[in-house]
Design a protein around this ligand. Sequence first.
Ligand SMILES: NC(=O)c1ccc[n+]([C@@H]2O[C@H](COP(=O)([O-])OP(=O)(O)OC[C@H]3O[C@@H](n4cnc5c(N)ncnc54)[C@H](O)[C@@H]3O)[C@@H](O)[C@H]2O)c1
Length: 438
Amino acid sequence: MNVKKTTIQGPKGKLGVLLPGLGAVATTFITGVEAVRRGIAKPIGSLTQMGTIRLGKRTDNRSPMIRDFVQLAELKDLEFAGWDIFEDDCYDAACKAGVLDRALLDSVKGFLEHIRPMPAVFDSRYVKKLSGTHKKDGKNWWELAEQLMDDIARFKQEKHLDRMVMIWCGSTEVYVEKQPIHETIDAFEAGLKENDPAITPSMVYAYAAVKSRVPYANGAPNLSADIPALIGLARELCVPICGKDFKTGQTLMKTIIAPGLKARLIGLSGWFSTNILGNRDGEVLDDPESFKTKEVSKLSVLETILQPNLYPDLYGDFYHKVRINYYPPRGDNKEGWDNLDIFGWLGYPMQIKVDFLCRDSILAAPIVLDLALFLDFAARANLSGIQEWLSFYFKSPMCAPELYPEHDLFIQLMKLKNNLRHLMGEELITHLGQEYYE
Ligand SMILES: NC(=O)c1ccc[n+]([C@@H]2O[C@H](COP(=O)([O-])OP(=O)(O)OC[C@H]3O[C@@H](n4cnc5c(N)ncnc54)[C@H](O)[C@@H]3O)[C@@H](O)[C@H]2O)c1
């Protein structure tokens, strides 16, 4: 097969990473990048930094690092900026988040102190548990979007950036259904001017990013860019976007275990998941309206992996429950329990118990890094609109309306790597045996 390589511009110059929300995830990400740059820690969990990709036949012995194969931006070329409703600089915010050791934070204190949040676009109707004062004033959403676009342009100029990306690391907003105002860009822009309540702050950031031709990823389950108006605008302006909700912790485990059960045709009668966590995210999710947004995102996973319509005897009637409990003593160190009631040969019941003592932001930080580098790569490859090949990173992957999202972690990884092979003009790997392959 003759495969053509896409023309992709090299990653010359600096890449700016814009982060709405400088909380636990964002500060763990920024601190981590700086620690890796200084050689005091390793970027564990990051596919772009530690992953390899097999090329050609197994006998070819070609498995370069992904970052060399596709020429990603280097860590030394990253610059950071963000917005938050609290004025804390990144050092203070990271200390309060309590994820990383004080000794590590102190070793990069000078660097972190210089990253101070810009005033946010915020409205407590959409995040009921938070009230901060460091926010912008504006007549309507439209004016606030313009202020964000000014911030973006200023960051680019001040840091002499070549390119930028934006990753939403802000809080989970209350549940909002898609409405007619989200359908077209004309309706959406009219809504920005009329301060329509169906527009949320994260949509204003997404709009400002896409309008500024800055690729956008959404790490929370809010709709944000996942509305036809912004998806259409991203395609029109040739801007890559992706989301929603970083796949970490319990859902990561779910998308690892469920494909295994299905592969062996083991039935499922119930899956009960509960968590305790005590960080600010946990506090925000204590509000039923923000939890609803998260719950919808977490529940969608099993249905699409297990395909009950195709396997009614195995998955036609399973009960799925997800709970999140705010429990301050745990801070960012979440504990997630899963009980799976499964059944095997002749319907005999069995159980699996999972107790995952995880660190949320430690699992999320490498995802932010990978998304920043891959979105920048996508922009340089002239890809636009929803980047389904980045579904690997999300609990609720965005996809075209006529498709269903792919949740199986292993299919997602294959899709990601085959997408890279395709763009670079390499043969796709089909895992067919030698006898079929040649
Ligand atoms: N493993 C994970 O940690 C994980 C996994 C999946 C999704 N997420 C999501 O990522 C987001 C960040 O998680 P976190 O643990 O860092 O939470 P966090 O509460 O520590 O940080 C979020 C920050 O966003 C700020 N914020 C809220 N609204 C804002 C706005 N409109 N503009 C600017 N800043 C705003 C808050 O003040 C806060 O500092 C949350 O939505 C969370 O649900 C996290």
